[in-house]
Design a protein around this ligand. Structure first.
Ligand SMILES: [Zn+2]
Length: 306
C-alpha cells in the first residue's frame, strides 16, 4: 500500500505542472504475464485518497508503522505494488541486453526499484542459470523479460530450422526460470532475416538510441550520449547489463530521465501506451518505428526541448 501510494504520489508530483488527461481507453493486458501490469492513470475524479506525507513519494525504504500494528486494513487485501503510467506524458524504455549478470543485474534492479521504475531485459538464455533469482525479481518488479537468443547467436545468418532450434533451447530455459516464455525477441547484433521476421512467432524489438556502452565502458560517455540525444519520448535505449560502467551510468540516467519528465516503462508498455499499438507476433519494431512513428503528445505535456 505504501508503495502504491508513493508511486501514485510520484506520478502526481511529476505531472502536477501538466494537466491530468483522460486515460487511454485500452489498459495494457498483454504484458509479461507474471508481472503486475502498470495501471493507466485514472481520470482526476477517480484518484484514490492520498496520505498526507507526500514527502515520502518515491521512497520505498521509508519506515512507517505497519498497518498490521494499527489494526488497519488487513495486509492480505492490499493491492499488489502497481505503477501508474499516464499515456499523455512522455515515455522512455530502457533495455538491458546480454545478461543476466550475477552481480550487475541486481544492482540495476536496485536502482530501478529505488525510483519506482522498470526496464526490459533481453536475456541470453544460457546465462539464465547464472542469476535466476535476479531474473525472477525483475519480472516480479514489473520489468519485462525478452529473449536475446540461446547463445547470443547471429540469427540473421541462420535458416529457419537453426533459428527454431535456438528458440526452443532458449524457451526451455526461460520456462524453467520464469514459468513462461518471452513474447519479445531482440536478435543479437540486430541481425535478422526475412525468415526470422516472419516465422519466429515473436515480436522482434531492436532499439533507437545506441549508447555503445559495450564499446566505451565509460559511464560518463554513456550518460552524455543519452543526455545529448535530443527528445527521448517514445525511444528505446540500448544498454548492456554486464558492465560495471553501465550500472554506474544507470544510476545517473534513471533519476535524470525522471527529472526530465519521462516515465520509464517496458517496451510492451511503450508500444501499447505511447504508440497506441499492439505488440504482435511476427512483427518488427525497429529504429524507424520508435524514431519516426511516435504519435505527437498534447503540447503542454511535451518535455522541454533538449
Ligand atoms: Zn547482445
Amino acid at each position: 500500500m505504501k508503495r502504491l501510494v508513493s508511486l501514485l504520489l510520484s506520478c502526481l508530483l511529476l505531472s502536477s505542472c501538466g494537466t491530468i488527461v483522460t486515460p487511454a481507453k485500452t489498459p495494457p493486458e498483454h504484458l509479461v504475464s507474471e508481472a503486475p501490469p502498470a495501471q493507466v492513470l485514472p481520470a482526476p475524479g477517480e484518484m484514490p485518497e492520498l496520505l498526507p506525507d507526500s514527502q515520502e513519494a518515491g521512497g520505498e525504504n521509508a519506515s512507517e508503522p505497519s498497518l498490521e500494528e494499527g489494526g488497519g486494513t488487513p495486509v492480505e487485501t492490499l493491492p499488489e505494488p502497481q505503477r501508474v503510467v499516464d499515456p499523455t506524458r512522455p515515455m522512455v524504455a530502457l533495455t538491458f541486453d546480454d545478461g543476466p549478470h550475477a552481480v550487475y543485474t541486481d544492482q540495476i534492479l536496485d536502482i530501478l526499484e529505488e525510483h519506482g521504475a522498470v526496464a526490459t531485459f533481453f536475456e541470453v538464455a544460457r546465462n539464465l542459470p547464472k542469476a535466476p533469482e535476479a531474473v525472477r525479481r525483475a519480472a516480479d518488479m514489473g520489468c519485462e523479460i525478452g529473449s536475446h537468443s540461446y547463445r547470443h547467436a547471429n540469427l540473421g545468418k541462420m535458416d529457419q530450422a537453426a533459428q527454431q532450434a535456438d528458440q526452443a533451447a532458449a524457451d526451455a530455459l526461460f520456462q524453467e526460470v520464469l514459468g513462461t516464455t518471452p513474447a519479445l525477441l531482440r536478435p543479437p547484433y540486430g541481425s535478422m532475416n526475412k525468415t526470422l521476421k516472419t516465422t519466429s512467432g515473436r515480436s522482434i524489438v531492436t532499439w533507437s538510441i545506441d549508447t555503445e556502452d559495450w564499446r566505451s565502458k565509460d559511464a560518463e560517455k554513456v550518460v552524455a550520449g543519452v543526455e545529448n540525444a535530443g527528445n527521448l519520448d517514445g525511444q528505446v535505449i540500448l544498454l548492456h547489463s554486464i558492465y560495471e560502467s553501465t550500472v554506474a551510468a544507470t544510476e545517473v540516467l534513471v533519476p535524470w530521465l525522471l527529472e526530465q519528465g519521462y516515465q520509464l516503462v517496458t517496451v510492451s508498455e511503450l508500444i501499447q501506451l505511447r504508440f497506441g499499438d499492439e505488440v504482435e507476433p511476427n512483427r518488427t519494431y525497429n529504429y524507424d518505428y520508435f524514431r519516426f512513428q511516435v504519435p505527437p503528445l498534447p503540447a503542454e505535456t511535451a518535455p522541454a526541448a533538449a
